[in-house]
Design a binder for this molecule. Structure first.
Ligand code: ATP
Ligand code: MG
Ligand code: MG
Ligand code: MG
Length: 436
């Protein structure tokens, strides 16, 4: 976060813009990217913070003023949610927050209670937490009441801003904090979509220059916008995935994270391989397309200092990694095609073949899944996990010789979930596995 160096004693009110990557761990939006038009692996989150200064009343009224008076977003397009309480934890509904919205003039039909999973924010298993209130925008309007679509994953009603009220601390139990804090987050790309009166983040000027550059580079059909489910794995989705992933790659490489074998670096490697695959197989682009997009990405990123001065090194990393994966990709695709031709109708894709794609050719599991889904075929995940477990046992025996115990079940689970590794034991073994 940009605020890392700030002294809280000096700064009780802060605004910032954070670079966010949600492609692994607790927040993982990777699978949604390209399928919808408003989840990215990298996005810029605008925030305002109060460290023991203003609380609910001011946070809500400033947010409402910014959206409706400064940005002039029509009030009837906005819906707000608040925490509706949780009896199992003995937490009552955040009526205080609901009343604030009503006082600000939001009609009761646009003020909606939601449960813990949607409207209670926790940083981790311990630490500050509290109820939140979120603002959603109805892209359709026309006098309808869209309350039923809020938080339902509809592309028509999209969450734009989350206001978190930190008033508790989890230390086993929930304890009230002596001081109250506010932490808000608004997705820049979603806000721009609203302000530029578009239906999709990819139709805003944050993305159209990248989509144009992709078109120039692959000389195939143009981007047509969201088509729907029929889009999965096809050209339009490929445009969105590549435009999204190349932004993430530029930002991460600039910040010193390179595609690699563990932790954030493994996540980036998966993103890169997915991007390379969509460029080559779906857009039929010549090698080098990803790298050719770097100058355009650097131009359109809003975050201050994003990628400044790093164009050459980003390009080098992209070119080298693309070259490393392209030949495996080609072999893998042929293996998949051959296997599919030999499969009995309505059977699962053989786990051994998937395992070999994974282990020998470096295909991320999510990419194998996606490539099979495009052919209407499923992977036998249970059998795949069994192979992972057996493989883990072999590794375990190797460690046993050195009198070290390995939790093989955790290892197999990590492997099947493609979980990035850190340095505790099953995860560390997993990292060794990634290195072959
Ligand atoms: P959603 O329900 O749409 O997945 P979220 O509840 O996970 O969003 P928050 O954790 O509340 O999102 O983050 C604050 C804001 O950041 C959201 O209101 C949204 O504007 C933006 N945001 C969250 N995830 C993404 C993403 N993957 N891509 C773009 N913007 C995002
Ligand atoms: Mg989310
Ligand atoms: Mg949400
Ligand atoms: Mg949210």
């Amino acid at each position: 976060s940009n605020s890392g160096r700030l002294s809280l004693a000096q700064h009780r009110r802060v605004v910032n813009s954070q670079k966010c990557v949600r492609a692994g761990g607790k927040h993982n939006d990777l699978e949604d990217v390209g399928r919808d038009t408003y989840h990215h692996t990298f996005f810029e989150m605008l925030g305002n913070w109060s460290f023991g200064d203003y609380f609910k009343e001011e946070a809500c009224s400033m947010a409402w003023e910014l959206l409706t008076e400064v940005y002039e977003i029509p009030r009837d397009r906005l819906y707000v949610t608040y925490f509706g309480g949780d009896s199992s934890l003995g937490l009552s509904a955040d009526e205080e927050c609901r009343d604030i919205w009503l006082r600000l003039g939001v009609p009761a039909s646009h003020v909606l209670p939601f449960p813990l999973k949607d409207n209670f924010w926790e940083m981790g298993d311990t630490g500050p937490c509290g109820p939140c209130t979120e603002i959603h925008y109805d892209h359709v309007g026309g006098g309808r009441n869209a309350a039923a679509l809020v938080n339902q994953g509809s592309p028509d009603v999209v969450e734009i801003w989350n206001l978190v009220f930190m008033q508790y601390s989890v230390e086993g139990n929930l304890l009230p904090l002596p001081q109250h804090h506010v932490d808000t987050g608004m997705g820049l790309e979603r806000l721009v979509t609203v302000l530029q009166n578009k239906r999709s983040n990819y139709d805003t000027d944050l993305f159209t220059p990248i989509l144009d550059a992709i078109h120039k580079g692959c000389r195939g059909p143009k981007y047509q916008g969201l088509v729907g489910d029929a889009d999965v794995g096809r050209v339009n989705m490929a445009y969105r995935v590549v435009a999204d992933h190349v932004r993430t790659l530029c930002v991460c490489i600039t910040d010193g994270i390179y595609p690699g074998f563990s932790g954030a670096e493994l996540v980036l490697r998966r993103i890169l391989r997915r991007a390379v695959r969509f460029c080559s197989e779906v857009l039929h682009a010549p090698p080098g397309l990803l790298a050719s997009l770097v100058p355009t990405v650097v131009e359109v990123l809003v975050s201050e200092n994003c990628c400044l001065g790093g164009k050459k090194s980003i390009t080098r990393v992209l070119v080298n990694n693309e070259a490393a994966f392209l030949s495996s990709l080609d072999r893998g695709r042929r293996i998949i095609e051959r296997t599919v031709q030999q499969m009995e109708p309505s059977t699962n894709f053989p786990a051994e073949v998937a395992w070999s794609l994974y282990g020998n050719l470096g295909f991320p599991l999510d990419l194998i899944d996606l490539m099979l889904e495009e052919k209407g075929i499923s992977l036998d995940l249970a059998a795949f996990n069994k192979l992972a477990l057996e493989d883990a046992k072999v590794r375990g025996r190797f460690l046993e010789d050195a009198d070290i115990h390995l939790d093989v079940h955790s290892l197999a689970q990590l492997r099947s979930n493609n979980v990035p590794a850190t340095d505790d034991s099953p995860k560390y073994a997993y990292t060794l596995g990634q290195h072959g």
